[in-house]
Design a protein around this ligand. Sequence first.
Ligand SMILES: N[C@@H](CCC(=O)N[C@@H](CS)C(=O)NCC(=O)O)C(=O)O
Length: 316
Amino acid sequence: MGLLIKGEWHDKWYDTAKTGGRFVREDAIFRHKITGDGSSDFQPEPGRYHLYVSYACPWAHRTLIFRKLKKLEDAITISVVDPFMGSEGWMFSDGEDCIPDTVNNAQRLHQIYTTAKADYTGRVTVPILWDKQKKTIVNNESSEIILMMNSEFPFADNSVDYYPEDIREEIEEVNTFVYKNINNGVYKAGFATSQQAYEEAYDNLFKTLDELEERLGKNRYLLGDRMTVADWRLFTTLVRFDAVYVGHFKCNLRRIADYPNLSGYTRELYQVPGVAETTNMTHIKRHYYESHKTINPTGVVPKGPQLDLDKPHNRG
Ligand SMILES: N[C@@H](CCC(=O)N[C@@H](CS)C(=O)NCC(=O)O)C(=O)O
């Protein structure tokens, strides 16, 4: 794990000393937009774009799900990094279910960042949406990549709109609350290096899960009867929760399995055609338990828990 400083790789763990033991996530810096109406330099063309992902990463997982849901698999190619992130950061390999980089022929993910910007300073994260034509990074912020996939590709399957205009404000309200307390909340608990920072994150996380449990007792999805981006953004954290966050990140007040509505909801989303194929539990478990040596120095990966994501969800 490390970062680039003026294009040079430095092997460094997150610096939480300046922030009272709190993990603070940096903003992504490549924020170009692909637009279907021709208003940007990035046109939606089949075969032009490439996604760099990790199956382990909940943020990258969102983009894999949208690529499936919108039937963009032939139009947007992918590379999948090795689940183990060591001193050189994310790397390409020929390990099980990995897909090497045949677009830039890189060995390390940081090479993609320096190809786009030779003096790049910042973290080297997945997902990355790459433009093969301009040979640069379009965008490395998952929440924006999924919105582009939702609406900017005329040749996608646009039969379902996951970001309907009439409820965008409500969707964004839920997204902000879920991001802060759940998506990023598990990381704030797991990467905290002080008791207080951990407990704050833990309390907010379970308070929010309790609220969502109640909400999902009344509504099928977060925003009512329509499945939206908000559901998919929540799903990628929920599906990792019992296997990783309960143990590795010490989020152990309750498991998702202990919440009847949240667990049925997680199974329903998992069972949407194509989604199970984007969910790779081996990469997920191996990445967290093997890579975060400050949290799990032995690198031993737990065998369990037994998850039954194919069980009927009874959400209808
Ligand atoms: N804001 C980004 C966050 C992406 C992110 O943090 N990805 C993690 C993997 S789960 C990563 O690559 N971390 C490497 C690092 O921080 O060095 C997004 O949502 O796209």
